[in-house]
Design a protein around this ligand. Sequence first.
Ligand SMILES: [Zn+2]
Length: 290
Amino acid sequence: MKISAKAAPTTIGLDIAKNVFQVHAVDDAGQVVLRRKLSRGEVLRFFEAQPKTLVGIEACGTGHYWAREIAALGHEVASHGYHHELVYTLTPTQFREDVRRAKQAIEDAAGCVVRGYRAPSFTVTKASLWALDVLIEEGHEYDASIFPIHHDRYGMPGAPRHPHLIDRAAGRIVEVPGSTVRLMGANLPIAGGGYFRLLPYAWTRWGIHHVNQNDRQPVTFYLHPWEIDPAQPRFEVSRATALRHYTGLGATRARLSRLMTDFRFHSISSMLALHTATTRSQAPGLVYAR
Ligand SMILES: [Zn+2]
């Protein structure tokens, strides 16, 4: 297998699939010097025979590109899983596969170590606490999946409201719960997402101030990229789902800018380092919970 003698390829693009691989090579001038279909068995032999050159291979869609770009800006890139399945609908084996695949994909793409995980829809609940063991075994240092509120799909209302350590059979993990305000005996969410889009901005601002000043604790805030995209395609969904997903999309970007000027934010990893340093020097450290 030789590329035509007329020009040496300087870039080879490899389109990967299951059985058939498409090769597309260009020279310095950008002229196509080869287009070829290879079977799986031919791929390595083909590249062995080529001069050393740049090889472009598709990876995990746009995910890799964005992960690298975002990591380069100094943000922490953590994991929200691969397929966005509710944890309590998975077996531990399925969950492990999903968690491992996501961590690996992000680390390969961003060149960073993934320390944190948040379950789709906060679905680490009483029924799926085993997920913490899987996360520890798969190398995660913190989890942000246990929301200490009442909700129809998730939540553990009795769980601690602030970052704490959890000891499990597999080891120890830091839990960084979605933030809440304790009001009249209930935990009310101020952590972002739908709560940020659906409720007035003043609620989030008041709540964050309250937690910072009364509880002397940091606040965890989250938002999906789609929540600042009013141009996203709309699906035929139930009224309740439409309310949860499509309300406030147009206003969220401006709200987010306001939040960024009203408060200072850190990545969770740096916050945990700060948090541990402060509390250790002042005494108690992170609280333990089971
Ligand atoms: Zn999500």
